[in-house]
Design a protein around this ligand. Structure first.
Ligand SMILES: Cc1cc2nc3c(=O)[nH]c(=O)nc-3n(C[C@H](O)[C@H](O)[C@H](O)COP(=O)(O)OP(=O)(O)OC[C@H]3O[C@@H](n4cnc5c(N)ncnc54)[C@H](O)[C@@H]3O)c2cc1C
Length: 387
C-alpha cells in the first residue's frame, strides 16, 4: 500500500457477501476496511436463514448457528393438501441469520479487516488511479482514498444504481414474522394464488417454541403476509406475533454488468440470488470468493480498471449465471400456472411412481438446472416405458 491510500480495499456492506470478500482479502495481507451503515452487524434482520448443507460445509459454518436441520418438508397445494417430501440425509439448515452475519464479520476481523459501523458510504468515484470515497461515519462526513472498493450493499442501494451496478428492473419481495409455534417441527411451503402471482408462503421452525412465517411474492407483500399469518392463527397452527422482520426486495435475472473501474459488485446488489426461492446467502458467498480472487490478482498486478477486473465477470458467471437464468425462466412459467394446474401437479407428486422419479432426479438444494433436465429426461423415459 502506498501512503496516499487510506486502505487497499473498502468493502461497502457487512452482509455475508461483503464479510466473506473482506475475510479473504485481509487473509492475504491486504489492508481492508468494512463500512456498515447500521449500528449493529446483522440487524435489522429480514432473512429466514436457510442454507444448504453444501454451503454450511464449504464455508465451515459452526453448528452453533443452526436452529434446525432440514431433511424433509411439507409441500402444501393451493387447497392446503400436504405432500411430505423426504430425503435420507440432511439437505439444509435453518441458521440464526443475525449470528451468521456476526460470525462472518468476526472471521473477517480475525483475518485483519477493520469494521466501521454506523458508517454509510455515500459515494464512490474512480479517478484513474484509485477510488475516492465519501462516507458518513458516526454522523461525520469523511473522504477516503482506496485502491479499490467492493460494493456489497444488498439490493436497492441508491449508490449502486448511481454507479450503474444495479440495473435489474424485475424484483420480488419477501416479508416475515416470528410467531409463537410450539408445534411446528418441520419446514412447510404453501403454494397457490393466495400468495400472489408465483408467490409462496412458508412456516419454518426457528428457536425453540417459535417459527418464521413469511411470504415471497410480486406485490402487496406485507398485506399478503399478514393474511397468511391470520389464516395460520385461525387454524390454530401459530400463536401471537413475537417479532416483525423487514420487508425486502430480491432482484431477479442475470446482472449485465458487475464491475466498473476500481469497483466490484458482489451478492444481492448484482443479483447473485436464486430467482425461484429468493435464497442468496450461498450465491453471495460464492460471488465473494470470485471477487476476492480477482481483486487479489489485480492488486498484485497493480491494475484495477474495469478491464483488469473483468475476470471476476467470467468467474462468477461460470459458477451461477446459467442457474440464475434457468431459475428466472422457471419462475416466469410458474407465475402463469393457475391454481387448478398446481393442484394437479400436487396430485402427481403424491403418486408413488412419479414421486420416486422426482426424488431420484436428486435435485441439489442450490443447483436446479441439471436436476430439472434429468427430471424431464426421466419423465420422458417413464412415458415411453408405460405407453
Ligand atoms: C424475506 C426474505 C427471506 C430470505 N430468506 C433467505 C434464506 O432463507 N436463505 C437465503 O440464502 N437467502 C434468503 N434471503 C435472501 C438473503 O437475505 C440475501 O440474498 C442476502 O442477505 C444477500 O447478502 P448480501 O451480503 O449481498 O446483502 P445484505 O445481507 O443485504 O447485506 C448488505 C449490507 O450492506 C449494508 N449497506 C447497504 N448500503 C450501504 C452503504 N451505502 N454503506 C454502508 N453499508 C451499506 C446494509 O446495511 C447491509 O448490512 C431472503 C430474503 C428475504 C427478503
Amino acid at each position: 500500500m502506498t501512503d496516499r491510500f487510506d486502505a487497499d480495499v473498502a468493502v461497502v456492506g457487512a452482509g455475508p457477501a461483503g464479510a466473506r470478500t473482506a475475510e479473504l482479502l485481509a487473509g492475504q495481507g491486504h489492508n481492508v476496511i468494512i463500512f456498515e451503515r447500521n449500528a449493529q452487524v446483522g440487524e435489522p434482520v429480514h432473512c429466514t436463514g436457510i442454507v444448504s448443507r453444501e454451503c454450511l460445509e464449504r464455508y465451515d459454518l459452526p453448528r452453533s448457528l443452526v436452529h434446525h436441520e432440514v431433511s424433509s418438508f411439507v409441500l402444501r397445494s393451493p387447497k392446503g393438501r400436504g405432500a411430505q417430501v423426504r430425503r435420507k440425509s440432511v439437505q439444509a439448515y435453518v441458521v440464526d441469520r443475525v449470528a451468521l452475519d456476526r460470525h462472518l464479520v468476526e472471521r473477517a476481523c480475525a483475518a485483519g479487516a477493520r469494521l466501521l459501523t454506523s458508517a454509510t458510504v455515500d459515494d464512490l468515484e474512480w479517478d484513474g488511479a484509485g477510488v475516492r470515497m465519501l462516507a458518513t461515519v458516526s454522523g461525520r462526513h469523511e473522504v477516503r482514498y482506496l485502491r479499490a472498493a467492493v460494493l456489497a450493499t444488498g439490493y436497492g442501494a441508491p449508490l449502486a444504481r448511481r454507479l450503474g451496478l444495479s440495473q435489474t428492473g424485475d424484483v420480488i419481495s419477501g416479508a416475515q414474522v416470528v410467531v409463537e409455534a410450539p408445534n411446528v417441527s418441520q419446514v412447510e411451503v404453501f403454494t397457490g394464488g393466495a400468495h400472489g402471482r408465483g408467490g409462496f408462503g412458508w412456516l419454518v421452525p426457528h428457536r425453540p417454541g417459535y417459527a418464521l412465517a413469511g411470504v415471497l411474492t410480486r406485490s402487496g407483500t406485507v398485506p399478503r403476509m399478514q393474511q397468511f399469518v391470520e389464516r395460520l392463527q385461525a387454524e390454530g397452527r401459530v400463536g401471537a406475533v413475537d417479532q416483525v422482520y423487514r420487508c425486502r426486495p430480491i432482484p431477479l435475472g442475470v446482472a449485465k454488468k458487475t464491475v466498473i473501474d476500481g469497483i466490484i459488485g458482489v451478492g444481492d446488489v448484482v443479483n447473485q440470488v436464486k430467482p425461484t426461492t429468493g435464497g442468496g446467502i450461498y450465491y453471495g458467498l460464492l460471488g465473494a470468493d470470485a471477487a476476492a480472487e480477482t481483486l487479489a490478482e489485480a492488486l498484485a498486478n497493480g491494475g484495477l480498471t474495469a478491464q483488469e477486473l473483468a475476470p471476476y465477470e467470467q468467474r462468477w458467471r461460470h459458477l451461477m449465471a446459467s442457474e440464475i437464468a434457468l431459475g428466472y425462466q422457471l419462475r416466469r412459467v410458474i407465475e402463469q400456472l393457475p391454481d387448478a394446474v398446481i393442484e394437479q401437479m400436487h396430485r402427481l407428486l403424491r403418486m408413488p411412481g412419479l414421486r420416486r422419479i422426482l426424488l431420484s432426479a436428486a435435485m441439489p438444494f442450490d443447483w436446479h438446472a441439471g436436476a430439472l433436465l434429468r427430471f424431464v429426461d426421466r419423465l420422458q423415459h417413464h412415458r415411453h416405458a408405460t405407453s
